[in-house]
Design a protein around this ligand. Structure first.
Ligand code: FAD
Length: 409
């Protein structure tokens, strides 16, 4: 399916990404889905060698100095390989955002550069057993002891719990302060944490998702990302790659499902003709196609807003809209594909059932779609205060002057 949005530089990334995606052995995807693989380390290393990790970061730290508008093209393609692999491939982009924007040169050398080369695997620890949506209610605590920090707490659902070499962990550092100034971010090496549970997931398997426990985990002062108490600022910044990568990855799943359904409906016959001749089938194809194109347009719009460093409110709203709409659309597109394929779509003869399990997760992780709605409306109300349109459209009604009818209390 043709992506009309691509600039020449994006076309180059698309070609490279497509070549990589075509080269991935299908057995890897099957083994990951059967949890026979703990973490797709080799594939991440290959992506590192191809310089396809965190391509928007500056060249001096190992990126390609490209833009978000390029990176979403890459992520959409890798998304076709499923949620687990695409999540592992974007983790350097998510954790790297914190290190590149707030980290010290020591952290960039020791952690970020080898991560972008695919030599170190990173993971992020935000969610706790007590909740993910209420991020600032996190109870992991870091206490200063001499020139070290001692961390105690737990993080749940961590992709790469098994497999990661280090974790970006948020912890409370001063509960006497306002909740936004209480949080700090730390880089914690894997030998400081224990993995207490590996989840048996519905989908997105093979990426070492588990619960990690920090028990008197001693962390050097050099591993504090940014300043103490700056965790909330880092968190808000990280939510851009966190959500934009899911939004772009969902496009890949949607695109792959639609392609399978298109081919199937052309070839499969019922009542003596291809099932695509029935409106009940072809209209689902039409709806899926429109959803996919709309979702992609929104993802690219959000990417542009971030690239152009537009107002923070606008960036946050568009990124949240992209995450919400793209994942919801992917769910509907995969579901349509399964319906078009009848019973065979529900078996592992086609990967549709795996895509369905993946798409379901995408509406939950990196902030649930309800939390996306929360952010969208919040930022939109803020924008209303800032951007007044010149024409007061409220007055374009015959009786708009009847002020006694405009009662608000
Ligand atoms: C496979 C998998 C991988 C993951 N990977 C990671 C990872 O690598 N690192 C990491 O830190 N986290 C990770 N997560 C965690 C994920 O981001 C959280 O599960 C998600 O943010 C929701 O948090 P929760 O599960 O605690 O649900 P809760 O926060 O308890 O939410 C429960 C329900 O309440 C709703 N809700 C909560 N508050 C509100 C509100 N204010 N308004 C409206 N509705 C609300 C939610 O939308 C949801 O429907 C992963 C999760 C899964 C399942």
């Amino acid at each position: 399916m043709y992506n009309v949005l691509l600039s020449p530089s994006q076309k180059k990334i698309f070609e490279e990404a497509s070549k990589f995606v075509a080269s991935v052995d299908k057995q890897l995807l099957i083994d990951m889905d059967e949890d026979k693989i703990e973490y797709p380390k080799d594939t991440i290393e290959t992506l590192g060698k191809l310089n396809l990790l965190g391509i928007r970061f500056p060249e001096e730290i190992g990126g390609r100095g490209l833009k978000w508008q390029d990176e979403v093209v890459l992520i959409e393609e890798i998304g076709m390989l499923g949620a687990a692999l695409s999540c592992a491939s974007v983790m350097p982009s998510i954790v790297g955002e914190a290190i590149s924007k707030f980290g010290s040169s020591y952290q960039k050398e020791k952690y970020l550069k080898p991560t972008l080369q695919g030599k170190l695997i990173c993971a992020e620890g935000l969610t706790e057993p007590r909740g993910g949506s209420d991020f600032f209610g996190a109870t992991t605590i870091a206490k200063k002891s001499g020139n070290k920090w001692v961390l105690n707490g737990q993080k749940r659902f961590i992709v790469g719990a098994k497999g990661a070499d280090y974790f970006l962990i948020y912890a409370q550092t001063d509960s006497s302060k306002d909740y936004k100034k209480n949080m700090s971010a730390f880089l914690v090496d894997k030998d400081k944490v224990s993995v207490e549970n590996l989840y048996e997931l519905m989908g997105a398997r093979g990426a070492g998702t588990g619960r990690i426990v920090l028990k008197d985990a001693i962390v050097d002062e050099d591993n504090v990302v940014g300043n103490i108490g700056e965790g909330s600022v880092i968190f808000y910044q990280m939510m851009i790659p966190e959500r934009l990568t899911t939004a772009a990855g969902a496009l890949g799943i949607a695109k792959a499902s639609l392609e399978i359904a298109l081919k199937y409906s052309k070839n499969r016959k019922a009542f003596g003709q291809p099932i695509k001749n029935f409106e009940g089938v072809s209209f689902k194809v039409a709806q899926s196609s429109a959803l996919l194109d709309a979702a992609r347009a929104l993802v690219h719009t959000a990417a542009k807003a971030v690239d152009e460093e537009m107002d923070a409110s606008v960036q946050r709203r568009l990124v949240s809209e992209a995450k919400r709409f793209s994942t919801q659309s992917a769910w509907e597109i995969v579901n349509n594909a399964m319906q078009i394929m009848g019973g065979i779509g529900y078996t592992n003869v086609y990967p549709i059932e795996r895509y369905l399990r993946d798409a379901r997760l995408m509406m939950i992780w990196t902030g649930t779609n309800e939390i996306m709605d929360l952010v969208i409306q919040h930022e939109l109300y803020k924008e209303l205060e800032k951007n007044r349109i010149l024409r007061d459209v409220e007055l374009d009604a015959k009786s708009s002057a009847q002020l006694e009818e405009k009662v608000f209390e």
